[in-house]
Design a binder for this molecule. Structure first.
Ligand SMILES: [Zn+2]
Length: 81
């Protein structure tokens, strides 16, 4: 089965990949790895399926116990000369 053509650029095709995504939920940063996503091979547009979006909303509410505390640094984007 061929992947769907991207609706954004109408050039690339969407490929199934797994990424690490950071979410800010009520000021709490949550990093979720292994998130299934479709990424356009041409413009890089990421699309989560409806199912994935639903799962991602539920995960940080304690419905998934497999979490790990890690240390992370948070930067605000700033131009450095
Ligand atoms: Zn595209």
């Amino acid at each position: 089965m061929e992947n769907a053509v991207c609706e954004v650029c109408k050039t690339g095709r969407r490929e199934n990949k797994f990424i690490i995504e950071t979410f800010n939920i009520d000021g709490r940063y949550v990093i979720i790895e292994n998130v299934p996503v479709e990424i356009c091979s041409y413009c890089g547009e990421e699309t989560f399926s409806v199912e994935t979006t639903g799962q991602l909303r539920k995960m940080p509410d304690g419905k998934v116990n497999e979490s790990q505390h890690i240390e992370a640094e948070l930067f605000h984007y700033k131009k450095v000369s």
